[in-house]
Ligand binder design. Sequence first.
Ligand SMILES: [Zn+2]
Ligand SMILES: [Zn+2]
Length: 529
Amino acid sequence: MHEYKDVLNHDVSLCQPVAVGFQIKAQFGASHLNFSSSEFLATLFNVQFVSRYTSTMNSTITATDAVSYLLKGFGRLFYIVNPKSTSPGTLQEVPDYIAEAVPFFVMTIVMEFLTLLFSNKGESLKKKRTWYANRFSINDAVGSIGAGMLQQLSQFFIYNLTLASYLYVYNNFRLVDLDPKNIYVWITGFLIVDLGYYTFHRGAHEINLFWATHVVHHSSEYYNQTTALRQSIFQSYCSWIFDLPAALFLPPSLFATHKQFNTLFQYWIHTEMIGNLGPLEYVINTPSAHRVHHGRNPYCIDKNYAGTLIIWDILFGTFDLERVPPAVKAGSSDVEPVAYGLTHPINTFDPFTIQFHHLRHVLTTCWATSGFSNKLKVLFYGPGWHEGTPRTGLLEEIPLIAKDVPPEKHDPTVPKAVNIYVVSHFALLIVINSILLDMKHVLEFKYASIASAFVFWTLTSFGWIFDHKKFAVEREFLRTMIVSVVLSWAKLNNLTSDVANYLIAFHVASGLWLLATQRNYTHIKGKKD
Ligand SMILES: [Zn+2]
Ligand SMILES: [Zn+2]
């Protein structure tokens, strides 16, 4: 039987929930190549990179290739895969399905945005406090995609505890040797990984310390494709333990495969575009079922934990249908649209707060609580628990949602031009982020750190602009100038190609424009915060 050893160099760390440990990965595997500073900058900005991608694009692609690429890519988002071609014999053969799905994330985000834009003459995008308007907002989308970027970058620094613990149990305690190529083993893998996700997800909502990480995913007040990408950096520290039962018999290669498909399946369900799916509502996790999961109406709390199959919720008593037609008769007083987000909204787009606000709250509450057993209860009972309530708190303490008008969303007004400014810089950041992830096996630790810090700094700057933080514009101007200076230095030292010239011009021009014209935007009329 194959012993799985060289595992931590293998990339399944994108599996969500990605399991990682508290150890900082101080260095990459010895076998990794290290980039020098000049090679790093050169790769980041030079023609080699561009030519590498254009050469792929220039190779002959037939219509059949394109159709099969699209079918395969979209199929994976729905777990429509061929078991035969997704049964790798070894862990090293498992593809990075999540990285391969990124173009499909982009396509569906654009498709959903355009549908919202053109449906009811753009009513769905209008910032009105009615149930079916205001379904997409730039500030929220940048916050959500930004959280996903940080979660992906975190794999540079954190130890893949999920895989390490899985392999430890599999190598030392497995009960049987199963053939990963066997179809029945593949199906068993699908079921056990999905059940593992259900148990983890339920734990993530019912154990306060775990909720402190998973809360990130629930912190958006919107429900669209970008919400799916709003992920916690540290969630995998909590999830690894729930995957260990599978390690007693399921080959690691199949675990790594199903873990990724289980994650991918949970992407498409984040949308308000798809209604009730009839009988399917009782078999698979659907947009409607997961809308309930994201709701903060009392009836939505602690419901529908499923990953792929909703049958786990039906079996374990955590299932509920969305209270809108056709599940509830139109006009009935039981109709109750879902209000998304947290019962105590965070009201910010700052990435650090998005990631850590509840962890800070849990730790300070634990510190302030008297008695050792009560301290433990703060950590391991539900987020709604306090002295005198049952383990998961009291549903009566969850604020009711008015049915006629949804709660107001945190959405401080920002001029259109500022939105365009942020979106254009954000698009550039997405490109930089994907290049960094592309280089993850060869990038030296110090460069990964500097680049990740830059991404985090940039996202923070955007969050502050959206939050109307004091001096947000000045701080963003400073960022553009520092980027320009670093790029100019690199250019003078022949470390970059001509791409750098365009980037310098872009940063200088847009930074100066922002400072010159937008310093007072936080005081514009109609500001809601
Ligand atoms: Zn959840
Ligand atoms: Zn979700």
